[in-house]
Design a protein around this ligand. Structure first.
Ligand code: CP
Ligand code: NVA
Length: 314
C-alpha cells in the first residue's frame, strides 16, 4: 500500500483492496489464536469525533491498543476546532504529535481539508458522503461467508446515504452487481452515482437504481440496509418514516431473494423501522459478524497506512 490517506473507497485500487483483505485475514487469525502482534508499538492514532459512535470508536481504539499503539480519543466538543481554530491548523499541529488521524465528521470537504494539511495518514471514520472503512469490513465479512465476491448481487434497500455511496464505489471494483431501491427523492449523490455507473460499465458489473424494493431484492445474494435517518438529519425523522414506508427488510421481502441470502446492516439498527427483529436475529443475518470485522479490517488499514513503504511482517 503506498496511499497516505483513506478518505473514500475510490482511493483504493483493486490491488489495495486485496491487500487489505489479505492483511485483515492474517491479523484476525493471529488475534483469534491469542498471538500478540504489536507492529504499531510507540505509535499514536488521534481520533476526532464530531458525531456519536459505538463501533467505529471502539474498533479503532481497541484495534490500536491490540496493535501495540496508543489511541487518543478527541471529542470535537473539547478541541479548539469548536472555538474557531481552522482544520488546516489542527491538521498541522496533530501531524507533529500523532502518527495518523482518524476523523468522523459532517461535510466530506472537512476531511479533504484535514488530509491536505496533514503530513500523517488520515482515515475516514464516516462523513456525510462516505463510510469507506465500513465497506471494507463488509466485503471482508461477505468473503468469509462466500468463496468470492465476484458475481454476487447485493441489494440495497433504503436511503441513498454515505454507506450506499461507498458501496457504489466498491461493488464494481469487487466484481459485484449492485441493485439499489430508494424512495423517490432519496437517491444517492449524483456525482458518485455517475462515477459508479461508469465504473460498472468498465468492469462489466450490473448497477440498477429503482424505487421498488422487490425489484432490487429479487434473487439477491445479499440484502443490505441502514437507518432511514442518518446522523445530522434528525429534523426530517417524521417525514422520513412516512417516505420509507414499504422499504423495511422483513421476512416477506426476504422471500424474493436467494434462499441463502445474507442480511447485512452497518448498525446501529432501528429495529422495527428499516429491519424487523425476526430478520435481524434470524438465520440469514450476519450483522454481528459484520460489526466484529470492523475491528479486524481496520487493524489491517491502520497497519498498511501507518507502516506504508515499510516491510510488514505478520
Ligand atoms: N457502523 C458504524 O459506523 O457504527 P457507529 O456509528 O457505532 O460507529
Ligand atoms: N448512515 C448512517 C451510518 C451510521 C453508521 C449515519 O450516517 O448516521
Amino acid at each position: 500500500m503506498n496511499k497516505k490517506d483513506f478518505l473514500r473507497v475510490a482511493d483504493y485500487s483493486k490491488e489495495d483492496i486485496k491487500e487489505v483483505f489479505e492483511t485483515a485475514e492474517k491479523i484476525k487469525a493471529k488475534f483469534k489464536k491469542g498471538i500478540k502482534y504489536s507492529p504499531l508499538a510507540g505509535k499514536t492514532l488521534g481520533m476526532i469525533f464530531q458525531k456519536s459512535s459505538t463501533r467505529t470508536r471502539v474498533s479503532f481504539e481497541v484495534g490500536m491498543y491490540q496493535l501495540g499503539g496508543y489511541p487518543l480519543f478527541l471529542s470535537a466538543n473539547d478541541l479548539q476546532l469548536k472555538r474557531g481554530e481552522t482544520i488546516g491548523d489542527t491538521a498541522q499541529v496533530l501531524s507533529r504529535m500523532v502518527d495518523a488521524i482518524m476523523i468522523r465528521t459532517y461535510a466530506h470537504s472537512e476531511i479533504e481539508e484535514l488530509a491536505k494539511h496533514s503530513s500523517v495518514p488520515v482515515i475516514n471514520g464516516l462523513t456525510d458522503l462516505h463510510h469507506p472503512c465500513q465497506i471494507m469490513a463488509d466485503m471482508f465479512t461477505i468473503l468469509e461467508h462466500r468463496k468470492s465476491l465476484k458475481g454476487l448481487t447485493i441489494a440495497w434497500i433504503g436511503d441513498g446515504n454515505n454507506v450506499l455511496n461507498s458501496w457504489i464505489e466498491a461493488a464494481p471494483m469487487a466484481g459485484m452487481n449492485l441493485k439499489m431501491a430508494v424512495p423517490k427523492g432519496y437517491e444517492p449523490d449524483k456525482n458518485i452515482l455517475d462515477y459508479g455507473i461508469n465504473l460498472a460499465k468498465k468492469e462489466r458489473t450490473g448497477m440498477l437504481l429503482t424505487n421498488d424494493p422487490i425489484e432490487a431484492a429479487e434473487n439477491a445474494d445479499i440484502i443490505y440496509t441502514d437507518v432511514w435517518t442518518s446522523m445530522g438529519q434528525e429534523a426530517d425523522k417524521e417525514k422520513r418514516l412516512r417516505d420509507f414506508h414499504g422499504f423495511q427488510i422483513n421476512s416477506e421481502l426476504l422471500k424474493h431473494a436467494s434462499k441463502d441470502v445474507l442480511v447485512m446492516h452497518c448498525l446501529p439498527a432501528h429495529r422495527g423501522e428499516e429491519i424487523t427483529d425476526e430478520v435481524m436475529d434470524g438465520p440469514n443475518s450476519i450483522v454481528f459478524d459484520e460489526a466484529e470485522n470492523r475491528l479486524h479490517a481496520q487493524k489491517a488499514i491502520l497497519v498498511l497506512h501507518m507502516l506504508r513503504g515499510k516491510k510488514i511482517k505478520i
